[in-house]
Design a binder for this molecule. Structure first.
Ligand code: 9MR
Ligand code: ZN
Length: 546
């Protein structure tokens, strides 16, 4: 892709100047604090901003860590609770700066949430809200139907999906759902959170999610079918969004899109009721229409990119988890036991009940069911709670055998592995909330620590936070705007053992251990892209930990 843009950057990979790896966003005072070092050293110290030693201790030998190929030691300074700015030192090496404080997640939650505003499509990003990253309205022209080019639709709005300018219903519904659940479960994290976006008369996070919901509503057909995506036929070059003016195409309905749409609009209806009754009603009617469409169309209608189109496919092999999620949200919203039967029927099919992915959405359905009213003898509820508990126990084992505390199995180091990392954080958070498992809280924090720098490359995978952090993200406006500092709050896809693009292959030897299969290169879409559904599980985990 666009090789000429990137040739110059391929040699520019930066490696961390630090030898000891910590969470560069910092630690809240009560949380465990463990630095990791891939070298021999018996003693370590923690120094404050003035270089004064405030803590000293002995390192612990962990041993060989398979995923990184490192033999590591850990330095536990959990007892240090005083607010301040610090570095860890050992064996002549140091860590990046980090903070201890009750408010360490404030900026990160702000940034990762504000990221959605920067991804808005179909409106101007005003300097007042976007600062240096402002740009003119983009992708506002009418789009034509792939199936009949003479029919045009207004589908302006929503968020750009990722580094590209496509807008995809399943991806958008799932990202919005992660954010809506973050709000629903942890409202205190958002009630006072001002995102510096146009005011919508409700908590800013809900205003921002509404921007996506309004677009989703435009993607629904009169009969309840929902179009799979709207994109150009080919990905745009690395230009600003307003300069991407080739025709927009609306692609056919898929049953995954219909189901995810029904689910997220039902979920949203329940949440927005408190702030805007008529919007909640619009959402409910839309959800109902699509869930009825699902009933009328029991067969799976998948999606394949037609010839000549190279934008995202978001293929799925079946729609089992999607339909489950839709019925569960309708049940949660209406209490109608009709949906309970449909949920049971769906549960007899084969899919995970605890996944929070963009394709496998069973975990969202389970969450909907568990948060809905049901009596204490409800067997389905027990089954779902146990499924989350089992999932969390498996993840704990993985975390315990990783030198960096990461709960990722080998298969997890694929394209967008950081989504898996944060989804695992979500499973821990849910297990804490629904099963009262205290230990899950610390495990969830550990997944965030990894994301923020406690990893084999010592890099913070979120733009704008951390002394050594990603900055060359595969994100069209961030490349085209000519501004050195990347738009903040963007979660990079992260290590990908598959090295699925030529730039990754050129930069990284194929025998590299999975946790090190990463480079901060704008060219590499399989390592360093961003997406709306990689940010959203991070927002969820941050809201939980805050
Ligand atoms: O996130 C998707 C990743 O899991 C897949 O491996 C990859 C290849 O199919 O596609 C990713 O999704 C991309 C989408 O199709 C278009 N927008 C950018 C997404 C991230 O690269
Ligand atoms: Zn746009």
């Amino acid at each position: 892709m666009d090789k000429e843009y990137f040739d110059s950057s391929a040699a520019k990979i930066k490696y961390t100047p630090f030898g000891i790896f910590v969470d560069q966003a910092g630690y809240t005072p009560e949380r465990r604090k463990i630095a990791v070092m891939p070298f021999e050293a018996e003693d370590f110290t923690v120094c404050d901003e003035n270089g004064d030693t405030v803590f000293s201790g002995k390192t612990a030998y962990f041993g060989y860590d398979e995923d990184s190929g490192d033999t590591v030691r850990t330095a536990d300074f959990s007892e240090l609770k005083a607010e301040g700015i610090y570095r860890v030192h050992a064996g002549g090496r140091t860590s990046a700066l980090f903070r201890i404080g009750g408010d360490v997640y404030d900026k990160l939650l702000y940034d990762t949430s504000k990221a959605y505003y920067y991804l808005r499509c179909g409106c101007e990003l005003e300097p007042k809200y976007a600062g240096a990253y402002h740009h003119k309205p983009c992708h506002c022209s009418a789009a034509s139907l792939y199936e009949d080019g003479s029919i045009t639709l207004d589908v302006a709005g929503g968020w750009h999906d990722a580094g590209d300018y496509g807008r995809y219903v399943t991806a958008g519904a799932v990202a919005a759902a992660h954010l809506l659940y973050a709000y629903k479960l942890f409202p205190n994290a958002f009630d006072g959170l001002k995102l510096d976006i146009p005011d919508g008369g409700m908590p800013d996070i809900l205003t921002e999610i509404r921007y996506e919901l309004e677009w989703l509503l435009k993607m629904q057909r009169e009969d309840g079918g929902v179009y799979h995506k709207v994109t150009t036929m080919q990905h745009a070059p690395f230009i600003m969004p307003e300069d991407d003016t080739v025709p927009l195409v609306v692609f056919p309905v898929s049953s995954m899109a219909v189901a995810d749409f029904a689910a997220v609009t039902a979920l949203a209806s329940g949440i927005y009721k408190k702030f805007d009754k008529s919007f909640a009603e619009v959402l409910y009617k839309a959800a109902k229409k699509s869930v009825d469409w699902l009933e009328a169309h029991p067969e799976f209608i998948g999606f394949r990119n037609p010839e000549g189109c190279n934008t995202g496919g978001y293929y799925e092999r079946d729609d089992n988890s999607n339909r489950y999620w839709a019925y569960a949200e309708m049940y949660a919203l209406t209490g109608d036991t009709l949906y309970k039967d449909k949920i049971s029927a769906q549960m007899r099919k084969n899919f995970s009940l605890t996944e929070f992915g963009y394709g496998e959405v069973g975990g969202l359905g389970s969450l909907a069911y568990l948060l809905a009213e049901h009596d204490s003898s409800d067997e389905t509820a027990d089954k779902l709670k146990n499924a989350f508990a089992d999932h969390a126990e498996k993840l704990k084992k993985l975390s315990d055998k990783c030198g960096y505390g990461l709960a990722l199995d080998r298969m997890g180091y694929h394209w967008g592995s950081n989504m898996v990392v944060m989804k695992n954080g979500m499973v821990f958070a849910v297990n804490y909330l629904l099963n009262g498992d205290e230990a899950s809280k610390e495990y969830a924090a550990n997944q965030l620590h990894y994301l923020m720098g406690k990893n084999a490359l010592g890099i913070s995978y979120v733009s704008g936070t951390g002394e050594f952090r990603v900055n060359e993200l595969h994100l069209r406006p961030a490349f085209a705007d000519g501004i050195d500092e990347c738009i903040p709050g963007m979660v990079s896809g992260g290590p990908n053992k598959g090295l699925n693009d030529p730039f990754a292959q050129a930069a990284i030897p194929s025998d590299t251990p999975p946790m090190k299969c990463f480079a901060d290169l704008a060219a590499s879409y399989s390592l360093n892209e961003i997406t709306i559904y990689w940010n959203s599980p991070a927002v969820f985990v941050l809201a939980f930990l805050k």
